[in-house]
Design a protein around this ligand. Structure first.
Ligand SMILES: Cc1cc2nc3c(=O)[nH]c(=O)nc-3n(C[C@H](O)[C@H](O)[C@H](O)COP(=O)(O)OP(=O)(O)OC[C@H]3O[C@@H](n4cnc5c(N)ncnc54)[C@H](O)[C@@H]3O)c2cc1C
Length: 340
C-alpha cells in the first residue's frame, strides 16, 4: 500500500507535464464537443463515433500507445485522469474512447510490424475506430468459455460465431475478435484477430436500444464463414486470453475513474439545484436531511477515487492490479447511481 500513496494525496501533482497537457486537452475537448451535445445525443439515441474521431485533434487517440509509435505514451494514472475529465461531460463518450484506445494499445504492444504500420496511423488519426469483441450472447463473465470458433484453413482463419455488447460496433472500422481455435485446450486455445468491418461474413446488428448510453454505439456482430488472412492474427493461442484479461483489468480501472467524473458532475448539479429549489421558504439544500445525502455521496466519491487511482498506480508499477481494479470498480456503480 505504501508504494501507491504518492498518487493518493493529489493525483495531478505527481503527473509529468505531458500528462497535465493531456488532461487540459481532455477538458477542452469535453467542453467544446461533448458537454453541450451529450443530452441531445442520448435523447435521439445517436452514437458518438464522429465525436470520437474528432478526439485525434486533441491528441486523445492512442493515449497509452508508445511515443515511438506516435501515441501519447501516458501512464495508467494519467490516462485515468483523462477519462475522468471526459466522463464529467458524458460517461458513454469516455467509455467509447477508452475501448478504442485499448485496441490501439493492443496493436501497439502485440501486433506485428506490418499490422502496426497498417493500423496505427488510422487508429491515431481517427480514420479508423476500433471495437473489442470478447462477450457473446451466452458467455460474459466466464470469458474462457467463448464459443466463437476460429478454424485454420490453408493460409486463412475462418471465424464463425456471434459477439454481443460490442461497444463502438455501430460505427467501428476494426474489430478485435477473440475466438476459440481448440475447444479441448480451454482458455489456452483462444486467439485474437483483427477483422475489418468490410470483411466478407461480418455483419453488425442494429444498435441495442438501452436505458441509456447510446453514445457508445453498442451492438452485436455476426461472423459467418468470415475469412481472416493469417496476418490478421494479433494474439496467438496461449496468449490472447491473458491479453484480454489484462485489457479488462485496465478497463475496470478506467471505468472507475469515469464513474468519479460523472459523479462529480452529478454532485455539482445536485448542489446547484438544491440551492435554487425552495420549500417552506428556504432552499431545500439548507435542510440537514438533504445535506447528509450530498455529504454521503461526496465522501463515497473521494473513497472511490482513491481506490481507482490506487489501482492505476499499481498497474503503472507493473504489479498485478487485478484485485485493486476489481475493488475500485465494485465500489463505483452504486455511488454513481446515488448522484442521479
Ligand atoms: C454497456 C456495456 C458495454 C459493454 N461493452 C463490451 C465490449 O465492448 N466488448 C465486450 O466484449 N463486452 C462488452 N460488454 C459485456 C460485459 O463485459 C459483460 O456484460 C460482462 O462480462 C458480464 O457478462 P454477462 O452480462 O453475460 O453476465 P453473466 O456473466 O451472465 O453474469 C450474470 C450474473 O451472474 C453474476 N456472476 C457471473 N459469474 C459470477 C461468479 N463467478 N460469481 C458471482 N457472480 C457471478 C454476474 O455478476 C451477473 O450478475 C459490455 C457490457 C455492457 C453492459
Amino acid at each position: 500500500m505504501a508504494a501507491h500513496t504518492d498518487v493518493l494525496v493529489d493525483v495531478d501533482e505527481v503527473l509529468a507535464p505531458d500528462a497535465k497537457q493531456a488532461i487540459n486537452a481532455a477538458r477542452t475537448f469535453r467542453d467544446a464537443h461533448i458537454t453541450p451535445f451529450a443530452d441531445g445525443i442520448e435523447l435521439r439515441r445517436e452514437t458518438a463515433i464522429s465525436t470520437l474521431r474528432l478526439a485525434s485533434q486533441y491528441g486523445l487517440l492512442g493515449l497509452q500507445v508508445a511515443t515511438t509509435h506516435g501515441g501519447g505514451g501516458l501512464s495508467a494514472v494519467a490516462t485515468a485522469r483523462v477519462y475522468e475529465e471526459i466522463a464529467e461531460g458524458c460517461l458513454p463518450h469516455a467509455f467509447s474512447l477508452e475501448v478504442h484506445n485499448n485496441i490501439a494499445s493492443l496493436v501497439s504492444r502485440h501486433a506485428t510490424r506490418a499490422q502496426q504500420d497498417r493500423w496505427l496511423p488510422r487508429l491515431l488519426s481517427g480514420d479508423a475506430v476500433a471495437a473489442f469483441c470478447l462477450t457473446e450472447p451466452s458467455v460474459g463473465s466466464d470469458a474462457a468459455a467463448i464459443q466463437c470458433a476460429a478454424d485454420h484453413s490453408e493460409n486463412d482463419w475462418v471465424l464463425n460465431g456471434e459477439k454481443a455488447w460490442v461497444t463502438n460496433a455501430a460505427g467501428a472500422d476494426l474489430f478485435a475478435v477473440w475466438a476459440q481455435t481448440d475447444v479441448a485446450a480451454g482458455w489456452r486455445g483462444i486467439a485474437a484477430f483483427l477483422v475489418e468491418r468490410e470483411a466478407k461474413g461480418l455483419t453488425v446488428t442494429d444498435p441495442y436500444q438501452l436505458m441509456g448510453g447510446h453514445a457508445m454505439g453498442t451492438a452485436g456482430i455476426l461472423l459467418r464463414d468470415c475469412r481472416v488472412r493469417a496476418d490478421g492474427l494479433i494474439s496467438p493461442p496461449g496468449e490472447a486470453f491473458k491479453v484480454a484479461m489484462q485489457g479488462i483489468t485496465s478497463a475496470r480501472i478506467f471505468v472507475s475513474a469515469q464513474c468519479c467524473g460523472i459523479l462529480k458532475a452529478g454532485l455539482e448539479r445536485a448542489i446547484s439545484y438544491a440551492s435554487e429549489r425552495k420549500a417552506f421558504g428556504r432552499p431545500v439544500g439548507s435542510f440537514q436531511g438533504l445535506q447528509w445525502e450530498l455529504v454521503n455521496v461526496a465522501t463515497q466519491r473521494e473513497a472511490a477515487r482513491l481506490l481507482a487511482y490506487r489501482a492505476a498506480a499499481a498497474a503503472d508499477k507493473n504489479l498485478s492490479a487485478t484485485v485493486e481494479a476489481a475493488q475500485a470498480k465494485k465500489l463505483q456503480p452504486p455511488q454513481r447511481l446515488a448522484a442521479w
